[in-house]
Design a protein around this ligand. Structure first.
Ligand SMILES: Cc1cc2nc3c(=O)[nH]c(=O)nc-3n(C[C@H](O)[C@H](O)[C@H](O)COP(=O)(O)OP(=O)(O)OC[C@H]3O[C@@H](n4cnc5c(N)ncnc54)[C@H](O)[C@@H]3O)c2cc1C
Length: 457
C-alpha cells in the first residue's frame, strides 16, 4: 500500500455498548476489533524509523513489529513479539491510558488520530484466546531457588511471571481474598472483565507459582519469618492502598467515604449504598471509576468536583467521555472546604470556586480559591478520590529506608531497597501510577533478583 493510501484510512472505531445499555450493569463496554477491522487499522501504521510509540510505551513493546506481523496475517507471531516485553498484554491493551503512552507517541496523532495501538494489541491477545493458543512459553526446569512476592498486583504478577520462566520457585502472598491488586479491587469490571485476570493467574499457577491469599505480611507473618523460610529474596509489590484524606472539617461524618475503600468494598461484593446524590472529589481514574460505579449501583445525581479544568484532568479522555455519556456531571474549578451534617450524618458539602494561577511543580496551573465564592451541594455521600499512599505495615520490624512521600527507597537501576534481600517496585515505589509502569518495574526487579540469587548483585 502506498503511504498516501495509508494516510487516507480513518482510525477504526470499536463496537461499544450504548450509554443506556451499560449504565445499569458492569458488562465490558468495548468489544474490540473483528479481524477485518483490525487488519485495516494495522494498515494505518507508517512503520516509522524512530517509532515514538515504543518510547511512549512504559514496557517498550516493539509495536511496529507486531503491527507488521498482524498485517501479514501472522497473528501468533505478533503475539510473541508483544509477550517478549509485556507480562500482561490482555490487561494493558484494555486499561493502559494509551493517549498518554504509546498512542501519545504515534506520529499519526500529530496531524490526525493515532493508530489504535491498544485495540490492535487487544485483537492479537483475544485472537490467541479465541484460537485456544498457549499464552505463555514453557516453564524452565527448577533451579532450587525460592523467592517470596508480597502483593499480587501487576508488579508482583510480573516478577512471578519472569522468575518462574527462569526456573525460580515463586510464592505470592496477598492480604486480600482476591488476586490482582488494583486490577481486581480498583478498576471496575466494565473496563476490565474479571475472567481476564483469572486467566493470568491460571497461567502463573500452571508455571508452578504458588499463591497464598488472605495473609498480611507484616501482620500475620513478618518479612524476617519469610527469610527464615529459605526465600533467597523478597519482592514488595504492595501498591498504594491508603486513601489520602481531604483534611477538611466534617470528614468523619457518616456518608463521607474514600475512593479506593469504596471500590474495594464493592469489588469484594459488599453492599454499599451511597444514596441518590453523590459528590466525588478528584479528577483522576479513581474518581471516574467511583462515579461510574455509583451510577451503576443506583445513584442518580452523581457529580465530580474538580479543582482545575477539564484540560488538566489526569484521567484519560475516553474515560471522561464515557462517564459524561452515562450522565455523570462535572463541576470544574471547585474544591471542598467543609462537610456539614446532622446527627453525625452528612447533609451537604461546602465548596469554593477556584481560579488557575501560575504553574506548580507538576507543570499544571495552580488552583487558587476565589474569596467569598462559597457554595453548597446537597449530598447523600461524598467520596474523596484524591490519591493514595503506601501502607507501611508490610515492613513492620524491618529497618528499611523510605522516601519523604512514604514510598520505598530503591536503587533506581536495580530496585533493591536499603535491605539487600528486599526488592520493591510498582506503586509502592512510584506512588499511584499505571499498570504498565508497575509491570515494567516488576520486569527490572525480577532481573535484579535473579542476579542477586546468583551472587552477581
Ligand atoms: C480505581 C483505579 C483505577 C485505575 N485505573 C487504571 C487504568 O485505567 N490504567 C492503568 O494503567 N492504571 C490504572 N490504575 C492504577 C493501577 O491499577 C496501579 O498503578 C497498579 O495496579 C499498581 O500495581 P502494583 O502491583 O504496584 O500494586 P497493586 O495493584 O495495588 O497491588 C498490590 C497488592 O498488594 C497487596 N498488599 C498490600 N499490603 C500487603 C501486605 N502487607 N501483605 C500482603 N499483601 C499486601 C494488596 O492487597 C494488593 O493486592 C487504577 C487504579 C485504581 C485504584
Amino acid at each position: 500500500m502506498k503511504p498516501k493510501e495509508r494516510m487516507a484510512i480513518p482510525r477504526q472505531k470499536p463496537r461499544e455498548l450504548s450509554a443506556e445499555e451499560r449504565k445499569t450493569n458492569f458488562n465490558e463496554i468495548i468489544s474490540g476489533f473483528d479481524e477485518k477491522t483490525a487488519k485495516l487499522e494495522a494498515e494505518r501504521c507508517l512503520q516509522c524509523k524512530k517509532p515514538g510509540c515504543i518510547q511512549g510505551c512504559p514496557l517498550h513493546n516493539d509495536i511496529p513489529a507486531f503491527i507488521k506481523l498482524l498485517r501479514e496475517d501472522k497473528v501468533e507471531e505478533a503475539y510473541w513479539i508483544i509477550r517478549r516485553t509485556s507480562s500482561l498484554p490482555a490487561v494493558c491493551s484494555r486499561v493502559c491510558p494509551q493517549e498518554f503512552q504509546c498512542e501519545g507517541g504515534c506520529i499519526r496523532g500529530k496531524k490526525g488520530e493515532p493508530v489504535a495501538i491498544g485495540l490492535l494489541e487487544r485483537f492479537v491477545v483475544d485472537w490467541m484466546v479465541g484460537h485456544s493458543k498457549n499464552l505463555m512459553e514453557p516453564c524452565a526446569l527448577p533451579t532450587g531457588q525460592k523467592v517470596a512476592i508480597v502483593g499480587s498486583g501487576p508488579a508482583g504478577m510480573t516478577v512471578a511471571y519472569n522468575l518462574a520462566h527462569r526456573g525460580i520457585k515463586c510464592t505470592i502472598y496477598d492480604n486480600l481474598p482476591v488476586l490482582g491488586g488494583m486490577l481486581s479491587v480498583g478498576i471496575p469490571p466494565f473496563r476490565l472483565p474479571r475472567d481476564i485476570i483469572k486467566a493470568e493467574f491460571d497461567a502463573l499457577k500452571s508455571c508452578g507459582v504458588e499463591i497464598i491469599d488472605g495473609i498480611a505480611i507484616g501482620k500475620d507473618k513478618t518479612l524476617e519469618e519469610l527469610k527464615d523460610e529459605d526465600y533467597g529474596a523478597v519482592f514488595l509489590g504492595v501498591g498504594a492502598h491508603e486513601s489520602r484524606k481531604l483534611g477538611i472539617p466534617g470528614e468523619e461524618l457518616v456518608g463521607v467515604l474514600h475512593g479506593v475503600d469504596y471500590l474495594r468494598d464493592v469489588n469484594l461484593g459488599k453492599e454499599v449504598d451511597l444514596g441518590r446524590r453523590v459528590v466525588v472529589v478528584g479528577g483522576g481514574n479513581v474518581a471516574i471509576d467511583v462515579a461510574r460505579t455509583a451510577l451503576r449501583l443506583g445513584s442518580t445525581d452523581v457529580f465530580i468536583l474538580y479543582r482545575r479544568t477539564r484540560k488538566e484532568m489526569p484521567a484519560s479522555g475516553s474515560e471522561i467521555h464515557h462517564m459524561e455519556e452515562e450522565g455523570v456531571r462535572l463541576e470544574f474549578l471547585a474544591a471542598p472546604v467543609a462537610v456539614h451534617g446532622e446527627n453525625g450524618r452528612l447533609k451537604k458539602i461546602e465548596c469554593i470556586r477556584m481560579e488557575l494561577g501560575e504553574p506548580d511543580e507538576s507543570g499544571r496551573r495552580r488552583p487558587m480559591p476565589v474569596e467569598g465564592s462559597n457554595f453548597f451541594i446537597d449530598a447523600d455521600a461524598v467520596v474523596a478520590a484524591i490519591s493514595q499512599r503506601v501502607d507501611p505495615t508490610v515492613v513492620h520490624g524491618i529497618d528499611i529506608k523510605r522516601t519523604p512521600w512514604g514510598t520505598f527507597e530503591v536503587n533506581p537501576e536495580t530496585l533493591q531497597t536499603s535491605v539487600p534481600w528486599i526488592f520493591a517496585g510498582g506503586d509502592d515505589v512510584l506512588g499511584p501510577q499505571t499498570v504498565a509502569k508497575a509491570a515494567y518495574q516488576g520486569r527490572i526487579a525480577s532481573e535484579s533478583i535473579s542476579r542477586f540469587l546468583n551472587g552477581e548483585l
